[in-house]
Write a protein that binds this ligand. Sequence first.
Ligand code: ADE
Length: 223
Amino acid sequence: MRIDILSLFPEIIKSSLEYSIIKKALIKDLISINYHNIRDHSNNKQKKVDDYQYGGGSGMVLMIQPIYDCIKKLKEERNYTNIIYLTPDGEKLEQSTSNKFSLSENIILICGHYKGIDQRIREHLVTDEISIGDYVLSGGELAAAVFCDSIIRLIPGVLGDESSALTDSFQDNRLSEPIYTRPENYEGLKVPKILVSGNIKEIERWRDKKSLERTKKYRPGML
Ligand code: ADE
């Protein structure tokens, strides 16, 4: 998968995608992430990228020109399956959304700033609008990092244990069960006996029950 990210602050995204599993995916060439600073594409002498809203109103808007030209250039080089704008008024990111996008080949992500981007980009170039939750961030960069992390870890070969992405919370509309590791007893805090019983069937039943309990408690709407 190739991801091209347009942003005024690419370093914010870069720094959060250079560790652990994502770093391995980059090294193994399972993905490539290419950063494009929107300012570098401005035709303006002062490298201006934002302006006041037509019709009045507070807040600056990212101009059409630098974003349009950058996307045009990228599209001349290859085909893109999705051009995604990160915005609080987009479709809410769910595990099912990440599953779907993890199958894409080439995608472009646009990070807004200030009041957002010129609507003409959204209407004529963007294919999908994604929100990572009902709250407003100061820019789309952290949302882009969240989105990238959630899709990259699903790409075959990225996670060491292929099955582990399938047992994540949300994959079967349930929160995951509690997990433990060694030691079995730490200062009197013990691991549930069933998990060290060796009885696979009973362990599965226990996990299922715990996952259901947790879902009922924290996210009853998922059931
Ligand atoms: N940009 C600002 N807030 C955002 C959010 N909640 N999701 C996606 N992009 C955003």
